[in-house]
Ligand binder design. Sequence first.
Ligand code: 6MZ
Length: 348
Amino acid sequence: MMDSDAFFVELPKVELHAHLNGSLSSATMLELKRFHADSGLEDKTNAFFDEFQIGAGDTRGLSDCFQVFSIAHSLTSTPDSLALATRLTLQEFQDDGCCYLELRSTPRDTPHMTKLQYIETIIKAIRKASVHLTMITTLIVSINRNQPLGEADEIANLAIECFKKYPENVVGIELSGDPMAGTFQSFIPALTKARGAGLKVTLHCGEVCNPKEVLEMLKFKPERIGHGVCIHPKYGGTDETWSLLCKLKIPVEVCLTSNVNTKSTPDYDSHHFQYLHEAEIPIILCTDDKGVFATSLSREYQICVKTFAMTYSQAARLSLNACQYVFAHNTRKMLNDKILNFIEKHSL
Ligand code: 6MZ
């Protein structure tokens, strides 16, 4: 049997919850800084570059975490730097053994591009990279709940436009951003419109304690939810939120290190993963922001196996199960076969 690091890298995995600007590794950030310097663009990151990563013992929590993304944003404000960030990040996910990536990102107007150009730049970078990568990548368009409602509506319209124009690239829409900002209710019209046009929906749900909102979100029946920390009564949910999730069995994108480092959960041992697992709620292990939290998907699998005393076979089946929930339906069989091949090859 190969060593643990190699096993979890080689295991074909699907990544379904990765924010582009949170996924920039230190190496990618340095490359982007060099690119900025070579292009003669102003670089405002010098003073606070070291603050981009939030490690386990960091004093900063979830609410502080939303400030660090502006560091990445300042390095992805032109079409060329955004394309470079996308290309390097895709390569890193493939090098870590991902066979399918659903990348998500929030379109921004910058002095150098409009929101539409932002989305199209990422799509073009994905298409270009797919010529030499074996990993399949699709895009989920993000709405930040901190933005004014008009902006959410504009982004939903752009997501629909791009979904029609690039159906093989754009697969979904999601709601993220500081969970203390805005209300889910106010985003329902924009999300419903996108869903009506055929986009799949995933929502950051229960990242902080707010049972009323969790109920509203579950009743909306998104195709998947992200985090799902405060749903079980032990974690700030209620009997009603938990029993509804158990009834609907909405797949949860679980981000272990993100939850620990932002202190949504005190440590790995007490992570709600075990409750979801026991209740047979579908789980997809994900990284969230692999750059900010200095992690990788193979590392998340390793942590999961170590923390919850799982076998390699159970870990491989977690990956196999996850591929049923990818938004690009037409890739499911191919992904399933790829992971099954790995399982058979290693007699798991
Ligand atoms: C909620 C998060 C997040 O979109 O610019 N984002 N939203 N909870 C989290 N948990 C830690 N991590 C990242 O990537 C950065 C954006 O993703 C969302 C935030 O809106 C952040 O600004 P993009 O590529």
